[in-house]
Structure formats: C-alpha cells, structure tokens
Design a protein around this ligand. Structure first.
Ligand SMILES: [Zn+2]
Ligand SMILES: [Zn+2]
Ligand SMILES: [Zn+2]
Length: 280
C-alpha cells in the first residue's frame, strides 16, 4: 500500500458500557443512580473520523450496537463509510438498521468488514439487509444498503488510507476480532497506531505481537470480579502493560464502579473511557 497522508483524525468513544448498558434497567445501585454523566454508559462502540488524501471526510464505525442512533446524534455523525465489526453479539451489531440514514445522506452503500463467521451470523440476523430477503414489501421497504467484505486475522487491508489489521482475540471460548489501525508514517498525530479491543478475556502471544507498540489502546475491563468472557480491571491493566500501550482507555464497563472511583485507582496512562470522549 502506498502511504497517503490523512489529517484531522479523532476517535469518539461513542459508548463505554457492558451489554446491559449502565444504568441497567431497574437497577438502583449507586453507579446506576449516579449524577455524574460519565457514569451513563451506553453500549461500547466508537467512531474514527478523519480527512483522507483526497480531502474527503471519512467515518469508520467500530461496531454498531443498539444505542447507535442516540450515540450518532450526540456525536453529530453525518456519515459512515465503513463499519468494522468485532463480533455478532447483540450489544455490538444491533444498530445496523440505523445506518440506512447514512445511505440517504451520502448517496451510496456502506462497507461492512469483519470475518467470515461473523458475516454468516449477520446474514441470519439481518436477512432483510444482507440475506437477500427484503420481506413481503420488497423494494418498498427502507433498509440499509451495506456491502460486505470478509477479512482474515493478520492480513492488513486498506481503509481510506489507513492500514487496518484484524487481530484474533479470545472472548471466553469465542474467537472475536480486535482491530489495529495504523496511519501512514508521519501522519495521524498521537492517535495511531490505535487498537480497538472490546470483548476480550485473553490475548494470545501472537495477538500481543500484532498489537505491540500501539499508542492508543481501547480495551475491555468489565469489573473486579472475574468473568468468563471479559477481562477484569486487573487483567486489563496487566495486558495494557504487556502490550506497551502509550495510553489505554477502558471500556465495556459494568455498574460496579463509578468513573471517579476507577480513575483514582488506575495507574498512569490508563483511564476509564466515558461516552462522548474524544481522543486525538
Ligand atoms: Zn459486548
Ligand atoms: Zn446498577
Ligand atoms: Zn461479546
């Protein structure tokens, strides 16, 4: 890939919550009833915006969960050129219907990139978009227009001038993708290399090698109590140190700790994310 300059890159952390969201429905715990807006955690997702070499603004969505509409309104998103999907769990993909608004605004389809097993699950969930079954109303239905490409771990691909590498991570017994995103050398500021690693309970030696040296790491850290499919906060801190990340933002947070409590006890360079946070 020839190096192309990109500019004005920024990552908006659209959501930082675990699958139930925080507040969780019906929960009256001190985190769910906190008055700190940073303790309102919608489902984990991100938006990477930048200007490409041709001067066109671009937006790459990192997952697209059930809170996407509210997240997009808050971040004032006006386009989506690419959706990178980590895995087909509800909290990461049940916002795909909402992307039809971007089709209207940008007069064209959106590309969705993930691995083959995830695509297969998405074709079942989204038969009306990806499965060739628009339903009895056929073309009268307004559905998203999405083009798919499947990628394999460790085979870098181009995303409007960015070099993206899918990295295989373990989410319990399930294999999911993390994404490492590199800007062409000399461009992109402090953000890159950037890694998006939500929903992970183990990073293999091979994955750690692929992620080594990232400057910005967005990483799963559910809570203190062990969980079979997510890193605890201690495990996330250990992994961030092992990868040598410059700064680490913790996401997929449950309702066990407030933002303030978590911030106060994390080592330098690691902080809890919050909805609407912008990194550049
Ligand atoms: Zn999740
Ligand atoms: Zn709660
Ligand atoms: Zn998951």
């Amino acid at each position: 890939m020839t190096a192309r300059p990109i500019s004005d890159a920024r990552l908006t952390i659209l959501g930082t919550g675990t699958s139930s969201g925080v507040p969780a429905i019906g929960c009256e715990c001190r985190v769910c009833t906190s008055g700190d807006p940073r303790d309102r955690r919608s489902r984990t997702a991100g938006a990477l915006q930048f200007i490409d070499a041709g001067g066109q603004s671009r937006c790459i969505l990192l997952d697209c969960g059930p809170d996407h509409r509210e997240q997009a309104l808050r971040a004032k998103l006006t386009r989506a050129d690419e959706i990178l999907v980590t895995h087909a769990h509800v909290d990461h993909v049940w916002g795909l219907d909402e992307t039809r608004r971007y089709n209207v605004m940008q007069h064209g389809p959106i590309r969705l990139t993930t691995d083959a097993p995830t695509l297969q699950s998405l074709r079942t969930i989204y038969a009306h978009i990806l499965g060739g079954d628009p339903g009895p109303n056929g073309d009268d239905s307004w559905v998203a227009e999405i083009e798919t490409r499947d990628v394999r771990p460790d085979e870098p691909f181009n995303c409007f001038g960015l070099r993206v590498t899918a990295v295989e991570l373990l989410h319990g017994r399930m294999s999911v993708l993390g994404f490492r995103i590199d800007a062409p050398e000399g461009t992109g500021g402090e953000l890159f290399p950037l890694a998006w690693c939500t929903d992970v309970s183990e990073i293999s030696a091979a994955a750690a090698e692929a992620l080594a040296g990232v400057r910005t790491l967005v990483l799963d850290a559910l809570r203190d109590r062990p969980h079979p499919t997510h890193f605890t906060i201690a495990q996330a801190v250990e992994a961030a140190g092992r990868l040598g990340a410059g700064r680490t933002i913790l996401v997929h947070l449950a309702h066990d700790l407030t933002h303030e409590e978590l911030l106060a006890r994390l080592p330098e360079g690691i902080s809890p994310g919050f909805d609407g946070q912008v990194l550049n």
